[in-house]
Ligand binder design. Structure first.
Ligand code: C2E
Ligand code: MG
Ligand code: MG
Length: 700
């Protein structure tokens, strides 16, 4: 059957209606159909013969009407024949529809893409005898498809290769997609993430934040937040910066993209930086900067809530000596141990700061004086136990000044200044205790620069005078020994207490001439009293640490003794424990002094770095129990025990004991029963002038 026959047949149908239909079909097939139709006859030897091609088919395949009835090989190039035969043969082999695409250049030189669908038509023996090819220009569709694939790839590479974790979730929070970065960030496989709720991976504290972000995204669009924590594998916390983008399909939001950046390391670094900025390296306590910040917030909050709080300013007594004599390592050790102890008080919400050196501050959200008092007692008690440094026991005491908000200051600067002022007062009044700030304290702060200028001229201007405090023999009631205590009467500052000008003299080196003046003056006094017949009198002179290490100290003393024709046994020197920390230097000086024949006592015993070790080795005659022990002998069991022990120990080592600061009868009784030899204190007499001693003691 060929096309000519076909036409003939159609024309043979004379019926007008069928003639019209035939024309219409012809029209559609031949001219209107934009697809190409080819019908091929299958001939022996896998030859294919053109039977029919519609107009579009003829045009695109570059065929003429006359080519119908010819074999493929007669019409097309070898290459094309080979190409087409492959598909036609496939139809015969598979007995199935075969689809293939072709790129064909049209007459205008445009490359078009065609998709051909081949179908076999079988005869009664089920053998394919005809093949119908329906070929369609799919250039546009292919282009669209290609674009779709491309854009899908672009989108996918954006997601797959993104270093940020990207999840897509549905409106309910189910994870639909999790990119490789998200799997890496969470340490979980795709399977472990997919179909789970995103909230399964949100840290408790961030749930409400994330919920808000999600809700916002579904309603208003993209949102961003920096402070969220997610939970990854093994409960690892992941700090992320998070962005959300709604997934919009056909104008409707169907889900959300969640884009996360891991900020954990950055956060940790920030935290570390923050920690370092706000903390003291040595002790790990908060530092001055933290104090100022905290104090400012505390003040604001306290104002709003009408609360009060206390600021305790503390330092370690004689820390400088400790540091200078034992070395910085030991000093650091002491500070660290102090920090630990300060942090160990069983009371919540107080905060400890180290401002530098041995200065500590405690913020206590407490206003009742009684409570602050109690807290300060706790702190003092923390120091009752010795500090073990380099395997040795050391006793140190703290001094504390306290200011209260808002009574003693409305701003941090004033509060700190006033607490520090109160601390200075503690230092002046004998250390080792605490004191609340009082406004009249301000008057007590001298101008040290001006004071130094006056101190330099004090000897010249005859402003110094010695006072004497009797030391009473507790068995006999006799007084044969006195402690010489320096008094400075200045025209500008009035009566300046030694606790103020002695440290200043130490610092400026003025203590050397002043100390020599004292020795000379005391010796002169002794000589005078001897002339008056008081031959068995002995006077103790205080020697400050700086003075103690003056190489010529023994010479100064010897000269003074000689000049006044005194036996060395008439003179005693008092040295503090602090001066003896450098044991080797102390030992050699003590031996030189001892060789002169003078008496040596240890002043303020028990408050310094009491190493009982040196007692055995040093040529010491007398221990003076510090007044801080004596003060509480009656109420504080520990002080009583320490005092008894010191007395006992001194006796065993063949030393005499003098108790200082005795003010009450009870204390005397205690000391008598503890077999303390001597006592000095206001109970018996204040330090008084030489004339008064003569009146009261010698002739009283
Ligand atoms: P210190 O050597 O421990 O002297 C004892 C201090 O306690 C004296 O204070 C004395 O007046 C005081 N005192 C005596 N009995 C009592 C009492 O019952 N209760 C109380 N609360 N205090 C009592 P002062 O005279 O103010 O001297 C203070 C410190 O200044 C002395 O402590 C001593 O370390 C130093 N100092 C005084 N004079 C000299 C001196 O000539 N040279 C040197 N280097 N230091 C001196
Ligand atoms: Mg003394
Ligand atoms: Mg003393």
């Amino acid at each position: 059957m060929n096309q000519m026959n076909n036409r003939q047949k159609v024309e043979d149908m004379k019926h007008p209606e069928s003639q019209y239909e035939e024309k219409m079909i012809k029209d559609i097939f031949f001219t209107q159909l934009s697809d190409m139709i080819f019908i091929m006859k299958v001939e022996k030897g896998a030859n294919f013969r053109y039977i029919f091609a519609n107009e579009k088919g003829l045009e695109y395949a570059n065929l003429r009407q006359e080519d119908m009835g010819k074999l493929l090989s007669e019409v097309l190039s070898d290459e094309k024949v080979k190409h087409l035969s492959r598909y036609y043969k496939k139809v015969i082999q598979t007995m199935d529809t075969v689809v293939y695409t072709d790129e064909i250049e049209n007459k205008k030189g445009e490359k078009r893409i065609f998709e051909s669908t081949l179908n076999g038509i079988r005869n009664e023996n089920d053998v394919i005898t005809y093949i119908v090819s329906l070929t369609r220009d799919v250039t546009f569709a292919a282009f669209e498809k290609k674009q779709l694939i491309e854009s899908k790839e672009i989108y996918q590479s954006l997601i797959i290769h993104n270093l940020d974790a990207i999840f897509s979730i549905n409106e309910k929070g189910r994870i639909l997609n999790a990119n490789p970065a998200s799997q890496k960030m969470f340490g979980l496989s795709e399977n472990e993430l997919l179909h789970r709720s995103i909230y399964d991976f949100v840290d408790k504290k961030s749930v409400s934040e994330i919920y808000e972000v999600m809700t916002h995204t579904l309603l208003d669009g993209p949102k961003e937040t920096t402070d969220c924590t997610f939970i990854g594998k093994d409960d690892r916390k992941i700090n992320v910066q998070l962005k959300t983008v709604p997934i919009v399909v056909n104008g409707k939001i169907v889900g959300i993209y969640i884009i996360m950046r891991d900020l954990t390391e950055q956060c940790e670094n920030n935290e570390k930086m923050n920690f370092m900025e706000m903390h003291d390296h040595l002790t790990g306590l908060w530092n001055r900067r933290a104090l100022i910040e905290h104090l400012q917030t505390e003040i604001v909050n306290s104002k709003i809530k009408k609360r009060e709080f206390a600021l305790l300013y503390m330092d370690i007594d004689r820390f400088k000596y400790f540091n200078d004599t034992l070395g910085h390592q030991a000093g650091d050790d002491l500070l660290k141990q102090t920090a630990e102890r300060l942090g160990s008080i069983k009371k919540t919400n107080y905060r400890v700061y180290r401002l530098g050196g041995d200065e500590f501050v405690i913020l206590l959200p407490e206003h009742e004086k009684k409570e602050v008092n109690r807290f300060s007692q706790y702190i003092l008690a923390l120091f009752n136990i010795p500090f073990i440094i380099n395997g040795q026991d050391y006793y140190v005491t703290p001094s504390i000044g306290i200011s209260l908000f808002p009574a003693d200051g409305q701003d941090s600067e004033t509060l700190i200044k006033n607490a520090d002022g109160a601390l200075l007062q503690v230092k002046e009044k004998g250390k080792g205790h605490f004191r609340f700030y009082r406004p009249d304290m301000n008057d007590a702060f001298p101008n040290y620069i001006l004071m130094e200028a006056h101190l330099r001229k004090a000897i010249e201007l005859n402003e110094f005078v010695m006072h004497y405090q009797p030391q009473v023999n507790l068995q006999t009631g006799n007084v044969t020994t006195f402690e010489a205590l320096l008094r400075w009467q200045n025209r500008k500052f009035g009566n300046v207490p030694p606790s103020q000008f002695i440290p200043l003299a130490e610092e400026t080196g003025l203590i050397i001439p002043i100390g020599e003046w004292v020795i000379q003056n005391v010796c002169a006094q002794l000589a005078e009293w001897r002339r008056k017949g008081h031959n068995d009198i002995r006077i103790a002179v205080n020697i400050s640490p700086k003075q103690f290490f003056q190489i010529n100290l023994p010479d100064v003393i010897q000269n003074a003794l000689k000049r006044n024709e005194l036996p060395p046994s008439a003179l005693e020197i008092e040295i503090t424990e602090g001066a003896m920390e450098d044991t080797r230097a102390a030992l050699s000086m003590l031996h030189r002094l001892k060789e002169l024949g003078i008496i040596i006592s240890v002043d303020d015993f028990g408050t310094g770095y009491s190493s009982l070790n040196y007692l055995k080795r040093f040529p010491i005659d007398i221990l003076k129990i510090d007044q801080s022990f004596v003060r509480e002998i009656q109420v504080n069991e520990k002080d009583a025990a320490i005092t008894k022990t010191i007395i006992h120990l001194a006796h065993n080592l063949g030393m005499e004991v003098i108790a200082e600061g005795v003010e009450e009868k009870d204390q005397v009784q205690f000391l008598v029963s503890a077999q303390c030899q001597k006592a000095q204190g206001y109970y018996f007499s204040r330090p008084v002038s030489a004339e008064e001693i003569e009146k009261k003691v010698f002739y009283g």
